[in-house]
Ligand binder design. Structure first.
Ligand code: PHE
Length: 447
């Protein structure tokens, strides 16, 4: 197996966990998870989500790490390097296409997030008109901020694994956790927060077995842990052979779940605080507002009621969201870029500009047709392609890859793996439990 020595490698376990957690923690955690929880019976959703994260997402995450580190390649190249991989090559292409679709819509939404950071700064300086224009979410503002966000992503990825991804993730992730905790403490002191906490933490068990809830929880788990597109696979390919993959996977899973849970502690109480202040938090059908409206309507309305301090909070909250978004978007762009660099010998700069430009064009098309294309892009990528690619990667590791090679790979950084509980349980999950579960839930959505 030939290994390209210019690929780059994360310099430490800390750096890797920051980068991988940075990828996992994104809009999916801070806006998706609380929104899904709010509209799916509060804690009932949290419980199902936690179970799926461990029985479904963690095993699938390990499958990606193993393929990546073993092959030292991206999601397409990996299938050329691993015996028996050729028939699975199309899976790699599906993953790359999926990363491109996700990043295209992600940049539009993250552009809106950036527009609020800009809004807060300009408003604080007294330019109210420009501030309000920035967050009007009209076509031109959407495009301007999408371009801005995409440029940020490209700039970081240009730096490569150590000087781009690792450097920025290690700086930004600790900041994100700090800001999040401060915001939670503040919101919990406000009137109405306790009602929100109740809604969040007391389960409505009648909803637990609803197929819709389980489908949403699975989609959320895949999206949130950045699975089924090759992101974790390619990040895995940059982990040193000295590290213990199984334990790194656990850390990343916990970090992702932990931040999603914390984000729920912020967003759901904040919604009820907003309600106390007269902000509409239920839609016309009587359900709690979910989706983008929480972040782009309910919270800004709440902050707006808080005067100058509210402007500051707007700045802090949307900075938090921007950090979460950019550490995820760089991991998405790395998927096509790594393929071009590894398999086509393309220069990293060229590949980054090329895919950055292609994705930007698609983002602009989405921005021009937000009403129809945004939802479609989300559905096709997160509910269709991600689970299927995730399923195929599990099948590949579970049934096609040579078991001895897998154990050899896991032994790097974890010499006692053969005596571990992990090696007794995990194979059953990748081979049987995950494929059956993913397929069942996937098919259920069509009936
Ligand atoms: N996990 C990211 C989030 O929660 C999104 C993402 C999906 C990133 C797939 C990379 C790959 O927002």
């Amino acid at each position: 197996m030939s290994v390209n020595s210019n690929r780059g490698e994360f310099s430490s376990k800390f750096a890797f966990i920051m980068a991988a957690a940075g990828s996992a923690i994104g809009l999916g955690n801070i806006w998706g998870f609380p929104g899904q929880t709010a509209s799916n019976g509060g804690a009932a959703f949290v419980v199902v989500y936690l179970i799926l994260a461990f029985i479904l997402a963690y095993p699938a995450l390990m499958a990606e790490y193993i393929i990546g580190r073993y092959s030292r390649s991206n999601i397409i190249g990996a299938f050329d390097k691993i015996e028996g991989g050729k028939p699975f090559r199309f899976t790699g292409y599906a993953g790359v296409i999926c990363s491109i679709i996700i990043l295209s819509f992600y940049s539009v939404v993250a552009g809106w997030v950036l527009s609020y950071v800009f809004h807060a700064i300009v408003k604080a300086l007294g330019f109210t008109e420009i501030a309000n224009w920035a967050v009007s979410q009209g076509t031109s503002t959407t495009i301007i901020f999408t371009v801005l966000f995409s440029s940020l992503t490209v700039l970081i990825v240009l730096g490569g694994v150590k000087n781009g991804i690792e450097k920025w993730s290690s700086r930004l992730m600790p900041m994100l956790i700090f800001i999040l905790i401060l915001l939670i403490i503040y919101v919990l002191t406000l009137d109405g927060a306790m009602e929100g906490l109740k809604h969040y933490l007391l389960p409505d068990w009648s909803k637990v077995l609803s197929p819709n809830l389980i489908l949403s929880a699975m989609g959320q788990a895949f999206f949130s842990l950045s699975l089924g597109v090759g992101t974790m696979l390619v990040y895995g390919s940059y982990i040193s052979k000295k590290e213990n993959l199984a334990s790194i996977g656990i850390s990343v899973t916990f970090a992702d779940i932990g931040i999603a849970f914390l984000a729920g502690l912020l967003i759901i109480p904040a919604m009820f605080v907003a309600s106390k202040q007269g902000v509409q938090i239920y839609d016309t059908a009587g359900a709690l507002i979910a989706g983008p409206n929480i972040v782009f309507q309910v919270l800004p309305a709440l902050f707006n009621n808080l005067g100058n301090f509210g402007i500051f909070l707007t700045f802090v909250f949307f900075t938090l969201m921007s950090i979460a978004s950019v550490t995820s978007s760089i991991s998405l762009l790395e998927v096509p870029v790594s393929h071009a660099v590894d398999d086509k010998n393309m220069d990293r700069r060229k590949a980054t500009f090329l895919f950055g430009a292609i994705i930007l064009v698609i983002s602009v098309i989405i921005a021009l047709n937000v009403g129809t294309l945004l939802g479609l892009a989300v559905q096709v990528s997160t509910q269709w392609i991600e689970p299927i690619v995730g399923l195929l990667l599990c099948i590949f590791v579970g049934w096609v890859m040579n078991r001895n090679e897998i154990i050899k790979e896991l032994k790097e950084g974890y010499p006692e793996v053969e005596q571990s509980l992990f090696i007794k349980i995990w194979p059953i999950f990748v081979k049987i439990v995950c494929p059956i579960l993913i397929l069942t839930v996937f098919l259920a959505q069509f009936f």
